[in-house]
Design a protein around this ligand. Structure first.
Ligand SMILES: [Zn+2]
Length: 396
């Protein structure tokens, strides 16, 4: 069987670079040629001749024209090779591994606690073990891993691929998780912010069109958003774009980890939501949840306080997102992270506040705006990391 590594290891220059770029994009997602053209920025004519070339060499196959959703789609021929995506959260590690010739929902996944809160060095052996388990589940081995991407809950400077300073806890300025993982895996590893990668995965895997404007909200320990406009991820000059968690929503509010005051994080971050539940139950003998997941579970079981806290979180989030709708008019806002597990308890109030504060034309008609929970959760970020890892091979 052909090895994906042979295709990805060719030098990136001239005609080969176009072939490599397209092969990688087909590994990311099999698609129609028009969509491949939009995703790569290559002209339709160039995509067409290159795809025919690749088909002649047995590298890709083109689904027969005719009826059905897969009509005219370009697929990768059978070959060995596994792409890996790793998501390091504050309280979890998630890993997704997928044979490059399989569709995006055929991933092997692993997830466990704790996460980055205990420090990256102590986490690395667990990360490697989980990757090993997931890769083994695909029926291939660690020697077949051809790419890897890493998602982190911090800002990443797009020019250097390292943490943007100042580096907030629990990370240290000298931490270089991508480089350490690359040394262990023997493939280049690129790193990006978790919300950015959630947005990338949602836009790639759940949008029909390659140019939809998608905002992904990662709401867990803190809140961050990833913004994809057209086919571009908006990172900003220093990777600070989308830090909505530090948008001031109460000028006289509490101090935040970032040094600001009244940030969205101080109202809807996990710590704040847990503190609100604790406050209402002070002096009582009832169990108080200590994690956001536990809080959501309690609300689902009908606990009135936990339900109200989540309703309120949806309201504040909706207020902040309404400003965003007026600024960039997204086609879709996808809520991910642990808060998304609360579903309608957060989404309903969020929707109400969008209706109160956003321009009506920015959130209607229904065909042009959607607010929903992530369907890739809890692996959206790991899936995005997997995409990023593959794409970085087109320049290395
Ligand atoms: Zn802040």
């Amino acid at each position: 069987m052909r090895e994906a590594r042979e295709l990805l290891d060719v030098p990136t220059q001239g005609r080969e670079s176009t072939r490599k770029r397209l092969v990688i994009e087909v590994m990311v997602k099999s698609d129609r040629q028009s969509q491949l053209s939009r995703r790569t920025g290559l002209s339709q004519a160039l995509v067409s001749t290159t795809v025919q070339d690749l088909a002649k060499d047995g590298i890709v196959e083109i689904d027969a024209p005719g009826g059905g959703r897969s009509r005219g789609k370009v697929r990768l021929s059978r070959m060995r090779g596994v792409a890996v995506g790793v998501d390091l959260g504050f309280n979890h590690i998630s890993v997704a591994a997928r044979p490059v010739d399989q569709p995006h929902d055929r991933i092997a996944v692993r997830r466990q606690s704790p996460g980055a809160n205990i420090g990256f060095r102590r986490l690395l052996p667990d990360v490697l073990r989980l990757i090993g388990e997931a890769v083994e589940e695909t029926g291939q081995g660690m020697a077949d891993v051809v790419s890897a991407g890493l998602s982190v809950p911090r800002m990443v400077d797009p020019r250097t691929g390292k943490f943007t300073t100042p580096v907030l806890p629990p990370w240290e300025p000298e931490d270089q998780p991508a480089a350490e993982l690359a040394a262990e895996l023997g493939v280049p590893v690129v790193m990006d912010n978790d919300a950015n990668l959630g947005a990338l995965a949602e836009q790639t895997y759940t949008s029909e069109e390659a140019v939809e404007h998608v905002v992904y909200v990662k709401a867990s320990t803190g809140v961050g958003i990833g913004i994809v406009v057209g086919s571009n991820l908006v990172r900003g000059r220093r990777g600070m774009a989308g830090e909505i968690g530090h948008l001031t929503v109460d000028p006289n509010g509490e101090m935040c980890l970032c040094g600001g005051r009244g940030c969205l994080d101080t109202l809807v971050g996990a710590e704040s939501l847990l503190a609100k539940v604790k406050q209402s139950q002070r002096g009582g003998a009832r169990d108080v949840p200590t994690t956001l997941s536990a809080l959501v579970l309690k609300a689902r079981d009908g606990d009135a306080v936990c339900t109200r806290v989540l309703n309120d979180a949806g309201r504040v989030l909706g207020f902040a997102l309404a400003q965003l709708c007026n600024l960039i008019n997204p086609h879709r806002i996808v809520i991910g992270g642990e808060l998304a597990e609360a579903r309608s308890m957060v989404l309903d109030t969020c929707r109400q506040e969008l209706a109160r504060f956003a321009l009506s034309g920015a959130i209607a008609p229904a065909a042009d705006f959607e607010l929903r929970a992530s369907t890739l959760s809890p692996y959206a970020e790991a899936q995005g990391a997997l995409i990023l890892g593959l794409r970085c091979r087109s320049s290395r």
